[in-house]
Design a protein around this ligand. Sequence first.
Ligand code: AQP
Length: 335
Amino acid sequence: MSEAERKKVIFSGIQPTGVFTLGNYVGAIRNWGPLQDEYDCIYSIVDEHAITVRRDPVKFRQQTVEGYALLLACGIDPKKSIAFIQSHNPNHAQLSWILGCVTQFGELSRMTQFKDKAAKHADDINAGLFTYPVLMAADILTYNADVVPIGDDQRQHLELARNIAVRFNQRYGETFTVPEAYIPKVGARIKSLQDPTKKMSKSDDNPNATIFILDDKDTIMRKFKRAVTDSETEIRYAEGKDGINNLLTIYSCATGKTVQDAEKEFSGFGYGDFKAAVGEAVADWLEPVRTEYARLMDDKAYLKQCWTDGAQRAFRLSNKIYAKACRKIGFVDYR
Ligand code: AQP
């Protein structure tokens, strides 16, 4: 197949650290489904990344199965795309070791996620937390992915993956594709409903801060009702109005309307009515995901069949690139 005929390759992943949030959905996963026709897509539940924080094994195994079901419920078709669990393909961890040897300590020390997570988990600043971005580079480079759809918080990690690819290629000869980030224009960083200067996160201690994509309508309405806004009365997107900006962004993503149209629609409304309208829109938007998730969780045999098939396809595909990297670096061939 000529280079012009080859479909571009997409890789992206999400950690099975709990039910996905509205932030994960808006910033990442809702974009993954529509890309499946145009690209060769590889989507992963990245369980190896998740163990950088200590987890209860029983709960973690359950969350990984749930995460996989959520991936499919969000529109990933395991026939069109490769949908698999990261630890089922050993090439990620193996390549990560090689890439770690072309990554500088100083580069990893500058990663803001490491600094944030190290502060949050001060009693367990393990080496995995530090080398997390190298594993992420391996996830992407082992498939020679061209494009990586991510939220804005992953921009710095993606930039590092690009630098690692360039450095390896310069040192050992052309091996890896240098990936491009695909970051949505609207909704790249959905903020906490309780502190709209912070990103919405799965592990926020405040249950009202985060919308989980399996929340029922009453819960969604209640959380939006309590969302922190400001002391003004005007619904417009402006500097210093983080809470309202976040709600306008969410409404725009849930309805497909622009932020400007949303501002016009709610001109003259009170904050209370606006919050209720955002809640309604989000609940309606997420309803099909909840229904499909319940259906999939009733058919574990099907899920297992999908992730087994996904693992085999992911392994086959990544093997070629991993073997090439081994050759280039000077490892003795045994195949
Ligand atoms: N708030 C967000 N807005 C937009 N995009 C987001 N993403 C995450 N949060 C937002 C994007 O979702 C993808 C998967 O992210 P992840 O697996 O790294 O998980 P996470 O939710 O980002 O992890 P947390 O919240 O940091 O986990 P906890 O709370 O367990 O520590 C990525 O593409 C990310 O950009």
